[in-house]
Design a protein around this ligand. Structure first.
Ligand code: NAD
Length: 427
């Protein structure tokens, strides 16, 4: 979990993420020549639940918080999607994230639909007890939607395995028995999966290697800058470093550090564990702003924080050859166009960060069977799924002479559209 409040660094008015998600869908629907009725079904979320709920604070007072759980699509299976705690959570953000989850699960061909949840709060201002109270009451409020067969939450920004344990316990208490498959990203001791904490970053590493292989880029001659050093950013940095990439800059909400000779990533991870931020890491590092990091002369740029970081105001200044979207929605549609025109390869979020939901799927399968796999099996299955998805996305992008984002959308939207039309309209 990040230590501080996360705020957007973008200087332009932030794009509405739901408008971005619908715009991307509309583009794909046009490429696919999707039937008008199907378009209307798939460009809206199916269910949106808003809950206003009381939490007892440490001083004995009661505070009301607002949260959301949104299900975009349930056609191919239960909905799947994380829960985010952040002061700037909005219904439109959660709707966008839910829609992206549908496409992400379809790109990797997992038998899931898409959902997302969020609570408007600043976790850095809450005690552990208050966080637990908030989490348990939120879980209870959304329990009308969540469960192993209907909708399965997981960690996202500012939530972690402990948050998932509280949700699993709350739902289990209401049922009267343990229901581990209610959430994924749990601690191992209550049915979590080997490899889940590192899964999103591992997937980012796999697709980065794929992008390099296809572009003829030698990892050992490549530099990487990563924005965001939480679960996804730090694991991506660690695994890319182990593959021989030179990670030259990283940042978090408090600021960034840069060393053109390469950062000692394992030492940096230890520094962050102790100090809670990348700032102050020793060695020949200089401070760099989040905005400056995005424009560094690196081979690979990995946004791994929040939405709307690559926009019209900085896309032309990005010097990376490859952008790997570890975060959800970091690039606005206008910046996408700039990258496309400039020949920058962009590995889209719905492919790049799908490693997390893939291992969440493995965790859910293991929980349902009460039979647990070795980490080596998890990691090799994950690698195969990510490589296959990349290949299918790349093939479609070439076939339609379009971007990898649209290749991924064509793959995903077609899978969901086919499932929707074969099931038909109820009643
Ligand atoms: P996290 O809370 O563990 O870490 C977020 C990191 O981003 C922190 O280091 C924080 O300081 C930093 N940050 C926040 N705002 C920033 C800003 N404006 N500039 C620079 N850094 C900033 O969250 P996470 O789980 O690592 O998620 C990061 C992104 O990855 C999100 O977009 C999330 O939706 C996406 N994602 C996460 C998972 C997962 O399994 N956790 C899976 C898929 C996608």
């Amino acid at each position: 979990m990040a230590e501080g409040v996360l705020t957007a660094t973008s200087t332009v008015a932030a794009a509405n993420p739901y408008a971005t998600a619908q715009h991307q869908f509309d583009q794909a629907a046009s490429i696919l020549g999707l039937d008008e009725g199907l378009r209307q079904v798939l460009r809206e979320v199916r269910r949106e639940l808003t809950v206003n709920f009381p939490v007892r604070m440490d001083d004995g007072s009661i505070r009301i918080f607002t949260g959301y759980r949104v299900q975009h699509n349930l056609t191919r299976g239960p909905a799947k999607g994380g829960i985010r705690y952040h002061p700037q959570v909005s219904l439109d953000e959660v709707k966008a994230l839910a829609m992206w989850m549908s496409w992400k699960c379809a790109v990797t061909n997992l038998p899931y639909g898409g959902s997302k949840g969020g609570v408007i709060c600043d976790p850095s201002q809450l005690s552990l007890q208050e966080l637990e109270n908030l989490t348990r009451r939120f879980a209870s409020e959304i329990s009308i939607l969540i469960g192993p067969e209907s909708d399965i939450p997981a960690p996202d920004v500012n939530t972690n395995p402990q948050t998932m344990a509280w949700i699993m316990d709350t739902i289990s208490m209401e049922k009267g028995y343990s229901v581990p498959a209610t959430v994924t990203g749990k601690p191992l001791s209550i049915g979590g999966s080997q490899g889940r904490p590192a899964a999103t970053g591992r997937g980012v590493m796999v697709v980065t290697l794929e992008a390099c292989r296809r572009q003829g880029i030698d990892p050992t001659q490549s530099t990487v800058a990563i924005q965001g050093f939480g679960n996804v950013g730090s694991v991506s940095a660690e695994l890319l470093h182990a593959q021989g990439f030179k990670v030259v800059a990283v940042s978090d909400v408090f600021g960034g550090i840069h060393n053109p000779e390469g950062l000692d990533v394992p030492a940096l991870i230890e520094h962050v564990r102790v100090n809670g931020k990348v700032e102050g890491f020793g060695g020949a590092t200089e401070a760099i702003s989040n905005a400056g990091l995005l424009e560094l002369p690196v081979t690979i740029l990995i946004p791994a924080a929040l939405e709307n970081q690559l926009t019209m105001s900085n896309a032309a200044q990005v010097k990376a050859r490859v952008v790997v979207e570890a975060a959800n929605g970091p690039t606005t549609p206008e910046a996408d166009d700039v990258f496309h025109q400039r020949g920058v390869t962009l590995v889209p979020d719905i492919l790049a960060n799908a490693g997390g939901v893939t291992v969440s799927y493995f965790e859910w399968v293991q929980d349902l069977q009460s039979f647990f796999w070795e980490e080596s099996e998890i990691n090799s299955r994950l690698t195969r799924i990510m490589q296959r998805a990349y290949e299918q996305v790349d093939d479609l992008a070439k076939e339609h002479q379009t971007t990898l984002r649209m290749g991924a959308y064509c793959l995903a939207v077609k899978r969901v559209a086919d499932a929707t039309s074969v099931r038909g309209i109820y009643p």
